[in-house]
Design a protein around this ligand. Structure first.
Ligand code: TYD
Ligand code: MG
Length: 414
């Protein structure tokens, strides 16, 4: 006797599966569209995370304003601020942002009803933590409530073919239970980061079902809203101090090279264990770099507080930043600047291995080309796969930190 009752579905070879081409909704904020992989996908759900005050409401308000101006139906659901407060922000952003229809609502049922009635092409829920489902226990913002709200909005978005952006607050430590619990649910997770006191912001995709996760957009918060920074390298190199403890890192942000200044401070301490503070680079990698400097490069930082900072509030999440952190630390430790006699900062990139060797990282040619644009060659770097102009190759961290002046001699000899 057969146990199967229903008729068996017929598997289809993948190459015969139809893939409808979707028209993306372009927000006309080039950096946002690029990070999304070409704009919002109708029916998809994007989670936009970031610390309070970083500019999430500003960014989403601008995006909806542009979409509305392009003739799309949009809806802004504000659970945090009154409609009047949202209007005040929009006044700073301009005419297009003032054209966005808004409801100030925290009841999930009411929001779903509004989506049903308005049928927007794109909507923003600001924030998902403020929504509460009537039939569920738990305070707004609890994991249960946030999940319920997100999954119901998602269901509505798919059904109504509406692109939904869920705004979620994340504390600096990334703790708050809410948004993190949604990452597996949504189609795309964007993080908006930066230091509140500084004007630079970066937007990056942590997850994207419809595009790459490596793209990063750089913005500056101005009086009239967020402005895209078109040549961030020029900004950051221009601001590089050239003082002891400063070095320029040739980083890759997605497919784009980006030059950033890495700064370090080394100060004697009585604290046990001493402080290790990293801003913009990974803490664990900093700990590793300090250990390798001590064991393999003769730079002992065991009894010193150590601070490493990527200037401008940018985050660099790649092993290629190791060498920059190490050189900045060695320079700070000795009190010797790394810039050349004309005051040009030293540029570098490379991963540091546990045995003190420098390791190859991706796209050396693009990194060097970016540094060359600003006259920062030769770039201190590990051996590249093939010969590359503009590199000063070093094989070990010991060689890299040994003599900051050898670079000047190398340039004179060249
Ligand atoms: P906001 O978008 O409200 O942050 P979030 O929604 O992430 O909490 O914006 C935060 C800050 O941005 C706020 O301190 C004011 C500032 N801001 C500007 O500097 N210029 C502007 O045009 C706007 C709208 C805001
Ligand atoms: Mg807000």
């Amino acid at each position: 006797m057969s146990r199967a009752t229903g008729s068996a579905p017929r598997p289809v070879p993948l190459r015969e599966v139809e893939t409808p081409t979707v028209d993306r909704l372009e927000t006309s904020i080039a950096e946002v569209d690029r990070v999304l992989g070409g704009g919002l996908v109708p029916g998809s759900v994007v989670l936009l995370g970031g610390a309070p005050g970083i500019g999430k409401s500003t960014l989403t308000g601008m995006a909806l304003g542009n979409l509305a101006a392009a003739g799309r139906r949009v809806l802004y659901v504000s659970g945090e601020e009154s409609a009047a407060q949202v209007r005040l922000r929009a006044e700073r952003l301009g005419e297009d942002a003032l054209g966005v229809p808004v409801i100030a609502e925290t009841s999930l049922e009411a929001v779903l009803a509004a989506l049903e009635a308005e049928r927007p092409d794109a909507c923003v829920i600001d924030s998902v933590q403020t929504l509460h489902a009537g039939e569920m226990n738990g305070a707004p913002g609890s994991v249960g409530q946030v999940r319920e709200a997100a999954s119901q909005v998602m269901e509505a978005a798919k059904r109504l073919d509406c692109a939904a952006i869920l705004v979620g607050h994340v504390t600096k430590e990334g703790s708050v239970a809410g948004p993190r619990a949604l990452e597996h649910l949504v189609d795309c997770v964007l993080m908006f980061e930066g230091e509140r006191e500084r004007s630079y912001r970066t937007l990056r995709a942590l997850k994207n079902r419809f595009g790459a996760t490596s793209e990063v957009g750089v913005f500056e918060m101005r009086s009239g809203g967020l402005v895209e920074v078109e040549d961030p390298s020029a900004r950051f190199v221009g601001e590089a101090s050239g003082a002891a403890g400063s070095v320029v890192l040739c980083a890759m942000e997605g497919t784009r090279p980006l030059l950033v200044e890495v700064q370090a401070l080394v100060a004697p301490t009585e604290l046990v264990p001493p402080r290790r503070i990293a801003n913009g680079i990974d803490r664990n990698r900093l700990a590793m770099v300090i250990a390798v400097l001590t064991r393999h490069a003769g730079v002992a930082l065991g009894s010193a507080d150590v601070f490493v900072n990527v200037a401008g509030g940018v985050r660099v999440d790649e092993p290629g930043a190791d060498l920059a952190a190490a050189l900045a630390l060695a320079s700070a430790h000795r009190g010797q600047p790394l810039c050349d006699p004309e005051g040009r900062p030293l540029a570098c990139f490379g991963e540091v291995g546990l045995t003190g060797e420098l390791r190859h990282v991706a796209h050396p040619e693009r990194r060097v080309a970016e540094a060359a644009k600003f006259g920062l060659t030769p770039v201190l770097a590990p051996p590249a796969a093939r010969g590359l102009d503009g590199l000063r190759v070093v094989a070990t961290l010991r060689d890299a930190v040994r003599d900051p002046t050898s670079r000047r001699q190398a340039r004179k000899a060249a």
